[in-house]
Design a protein around this ligand. Sequence first.
Ligand SMILES: Nc1ncnc2c1ncn2[C@@H]1O[C@H](COP(=O)(O)OP(=O)(O)OP(=O)(O)O)[C@@H](O)[C@H]1O
Length: 279
Amino acid sequence: MIKTLDLGKKFGERVAIHKLNLSIGKGEVFGLLGPNGAGKTTFIRMVTMLAMPTSGKILINGLDTTQNEQAIKQFIGIVPQHFNLDPDLTIQENLDLHGRLHHMQKNAREQRSADLLEYVELSDRKNDYIKTLSGGMKRRLMIARALMHQPKVLLLDEPTVGLDPQVRRRLWDLIRRMHHDDITVIVTTHYIEEAENLCNRVAIMEKGKLIALDKPASLCQTIGSYVVEWEEAFERTYKFFNSREEAAAFAGGLTETAVIRKSNLEDVFVELTGRKVSG
Ligand SMILES: Nc1ncnc2c1ncn2[C@@H]1O[C@H](COP(=O)(O)OP(=O)(O)OP(=O)(O)O)[C@@H](O)[C@H]1O
């Protein structure tokens, strides 16, 4: 569905994306993970044609983004990092406006917005103005708006920043439903737990480069599926093992109290980069 070929983006001398080669399949929920400045937003901006590559290319459904802007716009939807709903319009009017911008007929707009408001559980608020909504409701509405013209690809840039854990989990459920509906979802996030829970595959980026790409569980296997964690001279220490038995045997030999647990994506990140991703 989406392919990047030696994709690069420079801002002056600063390299934001360096020779990125990715292939994202239809219906896949694909996570882009990385610390501030890794290049996640730049990647999303190029896929949505808000920014142009300085080298390489992006193919969406076989079409080059630099040459087929109008056609591609019809089958991508974007939920940007910052709220950009029209505060002077109601929920319903925000959806309707988006439909009109995509040349949808009145009947189709009415039917689609009714279905989507049901989907994101906002039907009972459809005549409310944006300023009366909570952050989580605004985010759900932005997802509904991005889906109005029935895109095949949905890009979500940090969709759950600033939301409380319950709302975050409801949004995850919504994204899982899209996977079920065969929509390709690309989601950028700082929250490793989010990527681990949601994504079929995860790309870890750092300073514009891809440093790992696989299913979350497979990434964990590469460092060892079990970890022994203990404190030594005020420092948390970690050692990875392929089986619980090996981990338990090692922990048994320690004088300090140790925890044995399954490894997670955060461990992968720290092992690969020697640095933590902040939440
Ligand atoms: N318009 C711009 N002009 C100059 N440099 C830019 C511009 N946009 C991004 N950059 C640089 O490109 C690099 C990647 O930035 P980008 O915003 O894509 O990272 P990110 O992974 O989305 O970070 P964050 O998690 O903070 O949103 C950074 O070094 C950033 O300073």
